[in-house]
Design a protein around this ligand. Structure first.
Ligand SMILES: *Cc1c(COP(=O)(O)O)cnc(C)c1O
Length: 495
């Protein structure tokens, strides 16, 4: 069948492809308005704020400027994880320099392959980030969309290694039948470890939950026991995970001890440092990460403490060839086949410009290294260290205030910038329910947004500090609000 061309062959595209700086200028007032309200409560998006939101697919487009005006209203009503009082989950927005880097990528460097400036900065970003986190010099790495993918890639390498030890190329031939595989991690392991196990064909149940000690760190005796018992049964240890900063409480597993135990049982060691590994940039916290350079794989999320904006995770694997065996896509005529076979590249697209397409699960990918480069070029290692130290000081400040107030109770001493506490009801009221109510009212009525977790079965108010724009006044404001709302609810029966 021949499809008849119906558009004029010499007509311009409908999308504006001009280079008009006024495009960005048109959005600036909205960006200012978004920032102006940054300490207000977190409103639910009001449907219809963006004119076309509920309309059906437009036949004819409205053109660039009317679209930009709607985009401006989306900015004003946009996502508030970047607000200085947002202390939830482990997420924040981009710093100003990183916002500029995002715009630069969109305007001039949408792919990480080829030999161009953003491709070069991909390497620089990976190299600087590894050094910042205290990894061995020249550890190869690959960026991906975040910790979820980064863990999958690292554990994919671990699985490849474990089976190569047994003469099996699992990436090529698949998992053999009749073997049981295990991944050992504390019960605080992030759920993306379990999902990685599922995707890798091991099953979520392959992740063994090792209990934690009083500091919420992996119990070493229990870890040793689990590894030894499984070894006696012929279980294949895929990896032992050391968490460098748990998502719930910020606890850092004793990495050197985990490495020593795992080595005794022939296990790969993976460090999940999505949140906390950045703290190794500060000499003050380096003792917490003792032994980190001895692991086999690591992940870290620049979109958390480095505030690059969402969509940036990094995996490092000591053995680059192994990582490539685990994830190689294989050559394609249309891709590698089109590159120059000569010794020296003469043009931007004479070569693919990097190994990353064969070291993860993405071929096309934005050059994320430029975001890391931009942040580190702007503030350096010392700026990162000062940010980490300030944020940990915020957590300790909360702990101090909590200890000094009989209405509050500290549930765990903060190791990094996460702190878990709760309001103590004066009556026999259930503290879990009371604190859930406090949190709900904080979210609705104030510009402070901690989230929660559970510490030994107790519902904890759990602020985390990673946002460069948070001030001590924001931290104090949150505690004041918890006390005020706690008192109101405590006095009023029937909440
Ligand atoms: C945040 C986090 C992840 C998941 O990272 P995403 O970037 O949200 O996909 C994994 N592990 C730990 C320890 C984390 O804190």
């Amino acid at each position: 069948m021949t499809v008849r061309a119906v558009a004029a062959i010499d007509a311009p595209d409908d999308a504006d492809i001009g280079d008009r700086s006024t495009t960005f200028e048109r959005l600036l007032p909205a960006i200012a308005a978004y920032r102006r309200d940054e300490r207000a409560p977190f409103p639910v998006y009001e449907s219809g704020t963006i004119a076309s939101e509920t309309e059906s697919l437009p036949g004819a487009g409205v053109g660039l400027e009317p679209m930009l005006d709607e985009l401006a209203s989306a900015i004003v009503a946009g996502c508030r994880v970047a607000a200085p009082g947002f202390f939830g989950f482990i997420t924040t927005g981009a710093s100003t320099g990183a916002i500029a880097a995002h715009a630069a990528v969109a305007a001039a460097g949408g792919q990480r392959y080829g030999l161009h400036a953003f491709n070069a900065l991909e390497r620089t970003g990976l190299r600087w980030l590894a050094e910042l986190c205290g990894l061995p010099a020249d550890t190869p790495g690959v960026f991906s969309s975040g910790g979820s993918t980064a863990n999958l890639v690292a554990l994919g390498a671990a699985r490849q290694w474990a089976f190569e030890q047994r003469g099996i190329d699992v990436a090529q031939d698949g998992l053999p039948g009749g073997v049981t595989c295990r991944i050992y991690a504390s019960e605080r392991a992030h759920r993306t470890i379990h999902r990685s196990a599922a995707v890798l064909g091991l099953g979520r149940n392959a992740v063994v939950a090792i209990p934690t000690d009083a500091d919420d760190r992996i119990d070493l005796t229990a870890l040793e026991r689990a590894l030894a018992a499984d070894a006696a049964r012929g279980v294949v240890p895929i990896a032992t995970v050391a968490i460098a900063g748990t998502t719930d409480t910020g606890a850092v597993d004793p990495i050197a001890d985990v490495v020593a135990i795992a080595r005794r049982h022939g296990s790969w060691v993976h460090v999940d440092g999505a949140y906390g590994l950045i703290a190794n940039a500060s000499p003050a916290f380096q003792p917490l990460f003792d032994g980190v350079a001895d692991a086999d794989s690591w992940i870290v999320d620049p979109h958390k403490w480095l505030a690059t904006g969402l969509g940036v995770g990094a995996t490092y694997v000591r053995d680059e060839a192994l990582l490539t065996r685990a994830f190689a896509e294989g050559e394609a005529a249309y891709l590698e086949g089109s590159f120059d076979k000569g010794p020296e590249p003469q043009a931007q697209f004479d070569t693919i410009g990097g190994p990353w397409a064969d070291q993860g699960v993405e071929l096309s990918a934005p050059p994320r290294g430029v975001l890391v480069w931009a942040v580190l070029r702007e503030i350096g290692r010392e700026g990162v260290a000062r940010r980490v130290e300030r944020h940990v000081a915020f957590a300790r400040h909360v702990a101090e205030r909590v200890r000094g107030d009989p209405a509050l109770e500290l549930l765990l001493e903060p190791a990094l910038s996460v702190v878990c506490f709760r309001y103590r009801p004066s009556t026999a009221a259930d503290p879990n329910t009371l604190n859930e109510q406090i949190l709900a009212r904080l979210r609705r009525e104030t510009g402070f947004m901690p989230t929660s977790t559970s510490v030994g079965g107790r519902f904890a108010i759990r602020p985390i500090f990673i946002n460069p724009r948070t001030t001590l006044a924001d931290v104090d404001g949150m505690i004041d609000a918890v006390i005020r709302i706690g008192r109101e609810l405590d006095r009023q029966p029937g909440w």
